[in-house]
Write a protein that binds this ligand. Structure first.
Ligand code: F6P
Length: 328
């Protein structure tokens, strides 16, 4: 184990995700387990610039494993994009004798960490925390499993009213420019159609599919639309187009929005967060830096940060085929 690391800073950055608190807890407790100090950095890089720090003990992370959001808050920081801002952050870390950082967030977080490491050779390890599941180097990101369950539960509720009124619902889900949430939650909720940015279904095919559903006796339908999908300009324009061309259908739209980011993390996300927290601290203590912790074939792996940032996670082709067959 590296003797040079005596104090580790931990922060959360970017869009929050269920499981971030479980990851913070695991980082703090792994530091305590190895007899090193841990400093909580509030509000991501902006808090690093403002020295918004707080010592974290094993007890200071009691009762947070089951809480959504992040006790360390998150914020976007334009100042950290400047050399002066990063210099201020670096000086603060030195003032507080912080030797390394665990960064919990998405690709934007890791890009900042990579630049910081290049400029100051400061040891950093990333933990992928975003509901989008769009980061290369891990099969699952923290928060994704919880978001899937939140979306499936919401669509099940929408299906009740859709079938009561024989309506067609367009349900928009998050994912930024990735279709993982839409595809997996769509299959899980039995959606009649799923529109994702990775596949351009086209308006004509959508109409044909909905007409086929109706002819087969389906009086109501659910179409899950990833927010990054571009079949239509936006989900409302798409709904209007379908209503105009399928006059028999009464169409409604439901945008799930930020509720997908909240809620108590699922057991899977809590366990994944705990595993990633341990791996991140022990990798730093082994002298490793500039990596992102990930999970592949249920094993903890390390991916160089520059690959994690530049790489693209692929949509699951087999699941795409399953979703096609399920619309029969
Ligand atoms: O990256 C997570 C995410 O929830 C995306 O799915 C979504 O597009 C984006 O954040 C929303 O960002 P904001 O919280 O800044 O509105």
């Amino acid at each position: 184990m590296s003797k040079s690391i005596k104090k580790i800073g931990v922060m959360t950055s970017g869009g929050d995700a269920p499981g971030m608190n479980a990851a913070i807890r695991a980082v703090v407790r792994t530091c305590a387990y190895h007899g090193i100090d841990c400093i909580g950095i509030y509000r991501g890089y902006q808090g690093m610039i403002e020295a918004d720090f707080k010592p974290m003990s094993a007890r200071s992370v009691n009762n947070i494993i089951n809480k959504g959001g992040t006790i360390l808050k998150s914020a976007r920081s334009d100042e950290f994009r400047t050399k002066e801002g990063r210099r201020k952050a670096y000086d603060n870390l030195l003032d507080y004798d912080i030797d390394a950082l665990v960064l919990i967030g998405g690709d934007g977080t890791f890009t900042g960490g990579m630049i910081f490491n290049q400029e100051y050779k400061f040891p950093v390890i990333g933990i992928p925390g975003t509901i989008d599941n769009d980061i290369y180097g891990t099969r699952f990101t923290l928060g994704y499993d919880t978001a899937l369950n939140t979306v499936v539960e919401a669509i099940d509720k929408i299906r009740d009213t859709a079938s009561s009124h024989s309506r067609l619902f367009f349900v928009e889900v998050m994912g930024r420019d990735a279709g993982d949430i839409a595809l997996n939650a769509g299959v899980g909720a039995g959606a009649e159609e799923i529109l994702i940015p990775e596949e351009d279904m086209g308006l004509d095919r959508l109409l044909e599919s909905l007409q086929r559903s109706r002819k087969s006796g389906k009086s109501s339908s659910i179409v899950v639309v990833a927010e990054g999908d571009r079949t239509g300009e936006n989900v409302f324009e798409l709904a209007n187009y379908v209503e105009e061309n399928l006059p028999k259908y009464e169409v409604r739209v439901s945008v799930l929005g930020h509720m997908q980011r909240g809620g108590a993390p699922s057991c899977y996300d809590r366990v994944l967060a705990s595993r990633m927290g341990v791996k991140s601290v022990e990798s730093l203590l082994e002298g490793k830096s500039n990596y992102m912790v990930g999970v592949a074939d249920d094993q903890m792996i390390l991916t160089p940060l520059d690959q994690a940032v530049k790489g693209h996670s692929e949509i699951d082709a087999e699941l795409l085929r399953v979703s096609d067959i399920m619309t029969t």
